[in-house]
Design a protein around this ligand. Structure first.
Ligand SMILES: Nc1nc2c(ncn2[C@@H]2O[C@H](COP(=O)(O)OP(=O)(O)O)[C@@H](O)[C@H]2O)c(=O)[nH]1
Ligand SMILES: [Mg+2]
Length: 204
């Protein structure tokens, strides 16, 4: 069975838990789990294939200027970076998280392909109190090779589901790409044997 691991990151109160719980239960539950670190597990069937999904929803900590994210970068296949469109500091924090995720990999943590990232401007229902423009979110996402959407965990169940599924599909595409770039051991060994002996055999 395929396995996909997602980490939902962002500032305190941006709606990380609301989005996660909305996706898992289709319901909006206000302050749900905001003070707990949770890893949720869900079985999905995507394009006819079974999939085990793990979603990491961290407990909200004060926004640190410099975040390490080392364990999350090792663990997750993809990230949902959440900010609140009515809260500018939460956008600055989302930006810092994206910088960190897109930093060139260090030698001890080499990644074959970049992780998939969706930047989410949440609380779109509060657009009368907007502090972050749609274009700003869109630009940040384009500059750092992320998907982007604005939505409301409180009011838009379908949009939340579509956004999660889009991220999962992107991750599955990346898995396929990785497989192509690194053929399995037996296949690459067969190729090597063919390269060494195949030509000789022809010349005999
Ligand atoms: N108006 C509005 N409030 C939201 C939305 N999403 C979450 N909230 C509220 O924002 C607060 C923080 O949400 P929570 O999911 O606990 O944030 P977290 O700290 O990032 O996990 C709660 O009071 C939620 O009810 C949204 O889309 N619109
Ligand atoms: Mg929370």
């Amino acid at each position: 069975m395929g396995e996909v691991k997602l980490a939902v990151l962002g500032g305190k109160g941006t709606g990380k838990s609301a989005l996660t719980v909305r996706f898992l239960t289709k319901r909006f539950i206000g302050e749900y789990a905001s003070n707990f670190e949770s890893v949720y597990n869900k079985h999905l069937c995507l394009e006819g294939k079974p999939l085990n999904l793990e979603i990491y929803d961290p407990c909200s900590q004060p926004q640190k200027a410099k975040c390490s994210l080392t364990s999350e970068l090792h663990w997750a296949d993809g990230f949902l970076i959440v900010y609140d469109i009515s809260n500018r500091p939460s956008f600055a924090f989302a930006q810092a998280l994206i910088y960190r995720i897109r930093e060139p990999p260090t030698t001890h943590c080499k990644r074959v392909v970049e992780p998939a990232v969706v930047l989410v401007g949440n609380k779109q229902d509060l657009c009368h109190m907007r502090e972050v423009g749609w274009e700003e979110g869109q630009k940040l996402a384009i500059d750092f090779r992320c998907q982007f959407c604005e939505l409301s965990a409180a009011e838009q169940s379908l949009e939340v589901e579509v956004m999660f599924l889009r991220l999962i599909k992107d991750i599955l595409m990346i898995f396929k790409h990785k497989e192509k770039r690194r053929p399995s051991g037996s296949k690459s060994m067969a190729k090597l044997i063919n390269n060494v002996f195949g030509k000789r055999r022809k010349s005999v």
